[in-house]
Design a protein around this ligand. Structure first.
Ligand SMILES: [Mg+2]
Length: 233
């Protein structure tokens, strides 16, 4: 059959972090383990204070900066300590990767959506390789046809540009497509403003946001977790 360029596919787009996996929890545990070992090996600070100092460094430099531990040792010791930096980095990565797994019922949900005829994609504010890396480590990469990121598009969710690129890339009909994510503004509002419907999972949605959904009759459903997606799709 001849392929057409017509936007006709039903696509379920997913956010990655805190939607497919509990990124925030894994990252926190990994950072604390790294700090514990650095303090045990000579970083001259109370563990709690060292952890909050690291968080300050991450806030200032951004989470995708790759020299947080260098900056931390330099600010505390006056110069970088290569052994402590290596210890922090290796511990952080080892702990994170050993814990990394999808939320319960994620794989069941992806299999279910495929069986219902949906194509699957990712729309993420992040670095393309890093987001693919997470899908590969979780062993769920085979389910996804495309990963569209803010790095690639040059605009972050909730901007329309990133949704438009994603819809076009997957030949998705917005009226038959859905965005699933954990953030009200980026994932839900961004999606409905681009003509998709949206599902929020693991969200910390605020009361005024719930009221906005009702008042404006927005096509946003709120679920506890990804495991409930099969009740609405
Ligand atoms: Mg997220």
């Amino acid at each position: 059959m001849k392929k057409t360029d017509k936007a006709s596919e039903s696509v379920v787009f997913f956010d990655v972090d805190d939607t497919l996996l509990d990124t925030s929890k894994f990252v926190e545990t990994a950072r604390k383990s790294a700090i514990d070992l650095m303090v045990d090996n000579g970083l001259p600070l109370d563990k709690k204070i060292a952890y909050s100092t690291l968080k300050t460094v991450i806030r200032e430099k951004g989470s995708n900066y790759d020299k947080h531990f260098n900056v931390l040792t330099k600010s505390l010791l006056g110069e970088e300590d290569p052994m402590l930096v290596a210890l922090g980095m290796v511990t952080y990565h080892n702990v994170k990767f050993s814990l990394l797994r999808p939320f319960p019922k994620t794989i069941d949900t992806l299999i279910y959506l495929k069986s219902q005829g949906y194509k699957l994609g990712v729309i993420s504010n992040g670095i393309t390789i890093k987001q693919w890396e997470k899908l590969v480590r979780l062993n769920i990469y085979q389910f996804f046809d495309e990963v569209i990121t803010s790095e690639e598009v040059g605009y972050s969710k909730p901007r329309k540009e990133i949704y438009e690129v994603a819809l076009k890339r997957m030949k998705a009909d917005p009226e038959k497509s859905v965005m699933i994510g954990n953030k009200f503004l980026e994932d839900a509002l961004g999606a409905v403003e681009s003509g998709l419907s949206a599902i929020l999972v693991n969200s910390h949605i605020k009361e005024h946001e719930r009221e906005k959904i009702k008042r404006e009759n927005l096509d946003i459903k709120i679920l506890e977790s990804i495991g409930e997606v099969n009740t609405v799709l």
